[in-house]
Ligand binder design. Sequence first.
Ligand code: FES
Length: 164
Amino acid sequence: MIEMKDQKIDELKEYIAATQSNDNPESYLIAVLHKVQGLFGYLPREVMDVVAKAMNIPTAHIWGVATFYHYFNLKPVGKHIVSVCMGTACYVRGAGKVLEALKKNIGVEIGETSEDKLFTLQEARCLGACGIAPVIMIDDKIYGELTGKTATELIKKYRKAAKG
Ligand code: FES
């Protein structure tokens, strides 16, 4: 496990070294944070220290940038990210009920990860699919025209798939 983490840190350092050719490291910070999230699933504190050192940017500044963008996860996340759209179109077509059903089924509140580490529940603003509202996104897949029941069924499918 530790070895795997070291490997990822090495990969990250290589990535940073490759992007560092420019003399304005901050312009690459977002790309580097994306890389961290791609490797670790979230932004671990100790990895941020590695980034700060490698890029010569204060850690506090990096956290400032990371917290500004909602895209970045500051805590470990589950295998699947479930984003419930609460944009206007989805909201008026019952997103609240979908959200309540998902909270109940997954057993978490928004921003939390299920005990089995399978799902992290998030809220989103317009996922760009208003025509099929209410919409949720699981990882990079969009599902629309949902009810509390069909959304719950979807989660059950993912749960079943995870069990193999
Ligand atoms: S408001 Fe939900 S997809 Fe646009």
